[in-house]
Structure formats: C-alpha cells, structure tokens
Design a protein around this ligand. Structure first.
Ligand code: PGA
Length: 244
C-alpha cells in the first residue's frame, strides 16, 4: 500500500481527481469503480470541472458503483443512483447506459450474479475508488464479511440504519438491506484508490496501518492487493505515522 499524506480535504480531493483524470486520459475506455458517501463529493466536482475546462471525455468510460440500497427507486433522493446522477453523471459526457450500479430492486441472488457477470464481461475494473467506514467497512461490507465474498445482499446493521435515519425522516423509512460488491470483487480491481479524510476516520486509518489482515476489519483485505494508493489528510492522520 502506498500512502500519500496531504494537508486537508481540498488537497485530498485534488490528488484523487488528478489520479483519476490521468488514468482516463491514459485509457479513454477505462473501467472505473465508483463510491458514494461524503468523501468523494469534492473529487467528483473536480472531475466535472476538468471535463468542462479541459475536455477530458468519459464517452468511452464504463463505471461500476460499489453498492445500492435494496427497495429504493432510482428517483429516491437517498438512492445511490440519484447520488451519482446529482454529483457526477449528469455533468459529464458519459452515456447513461455505461454507468452500472447494482439494482436495488433486482432479484436477490440473480441480480448479484448479473452484476458480477457485467463486471467480468467488461474485463474487470481498472481503477476502483473507495472510502472507508469508521469500522473499516468498504462498500457495505461490514466487519466479519468474508474476504472471498462476491456481490451479495446484506442486512444493514441497526447502527448503520440509525446513523442514516436523519436522511430518511425516521429510522422506519431506512432500508433494511443493501446490495454490495463483495470484498473479493473489490480486490479483483487492477488498481485501488482509497481516500480517507477527517478526524472521524482517525481510528480507522490507525487500524488500517497497524492491524493485521483480518475479516474483523474489512479494509485490511487491501493489504493483499499489489496496487493500492491511500490518500489521507492531516486530520485523519493525527499522530499516526504512515509507513514509508
Ligand atoms: P463517507 O463514507 O465518505 O460518507 O465517510 C465512507 C464509507 O462509509 O465508505
């Protein structure tokens, strides 16, 4: 794992966007894995800015999102379909049919297998963008998820539903399930870019560096991967010393 430390969220987003832009320019038909959450929002804004100012094109790019809630329509403001349109897809030249997101209204296992097939048929993901949860989750793969897992449906933990209740006007409206790429799906990406920002991720970053490889901490699976870049800001680092 290669760590890059930057000053703050703004610099982290610049660094992440530059890496993605670089890969798209090197390979205009890049297969790009995408993430939702707060961390990548500024990175996406910088991709849009670069597309508008410098003309970087996504016409041949295919994107694959990590996860989606089960049971929300793509028009629901909390769905990841909606998030991706709002923060990226509606503002770049990528054809809609080239943006793949797990279908939260699909047929369970059949939908999971279909998503795996779609990724394979495109030759796999070249670059996967990832955030990290405070508990080390990647995608919706919570602690204890098998490192061999493929795309699967998970039960959202009570704490995750509680944390998201504010976005849904009440916990009873928060979906109880989600569909997520598995850890093995993520590890098959040729390159992985993880972004970790803010004090709330300090413990997660510390554990990522110091914990062994253990299913109790999903992000530790990345230590098995040969091409991972982790961009961190000073707030996430605190006193943690990054490996050389
Ligand atoms: P965040 O989410 O970017 O909103 O912190 C990251 C994650 O939970 O994977």
């Amino acid at each position: 794992m290669k760590f890059i430390q930057v000053k703050d969220y703004k610099h982290l987003s610049r660094e992440a966007a530059d890496l993605i832009i670089n890969r798209v320019r090197q390979k205009p038909s890049l297969k790009l894995g995408l993430a939702t959450g707060e961390t990548p929002i500024e990175t996406y804004r910088l991709l849009i800015d670069d597309h508008q100012k410098n003309g970087t094109s996504y016409k041949q790019v295919k994107t694959f999102n990590l996860d989606e809630y089960v049971g929300l329509s793509g028009e629901h403001e909390q769905s990841y379909h909606y998030f991706m349109k709002k923060y990226l897809f509606d503002h770049i030249d990528i054809p809609k049919e080239c943006t793949y997101i797990p279908n939260g209204n699909g047929q369970g296992l059949a939908e999971c297998n279909l998503y795996e097939d779609i990724i394979s048929q495109h030759g796999g993901i070249d670059l996967q963008l990832l955030g990290i949860g405070r508990n080390g989750h990647i995608g919706f793969n919570e602690p204890g998820t098998s490192f061999d897992s493929k795309t699967h449906v998970i039960d959202l933990t009570p704490s995750t539903r509680e944390a998201n209740a504010r976005f849904f006007n009440g916990i009873e409206k928060v979906p109880t399930k989600a569909i997520t790429m598995g850890i093995s799906t993520i590890l098959q990406s040729k390159e992985i870019l993880m972004i970790i920002s803010g004090e709330s991720k300090r413990e997660a970053l510390h554990n990522l560096i110091h914990n062994g490889i253990d299913e109790a901490f999903p992000a530790s699976a990345l230590k098995n991967h040969p091409n991972v870049t982790v961009i961190v800001d000073e707030a996430a680092c605190g006193n943690t010393r990054l490996p050389n």
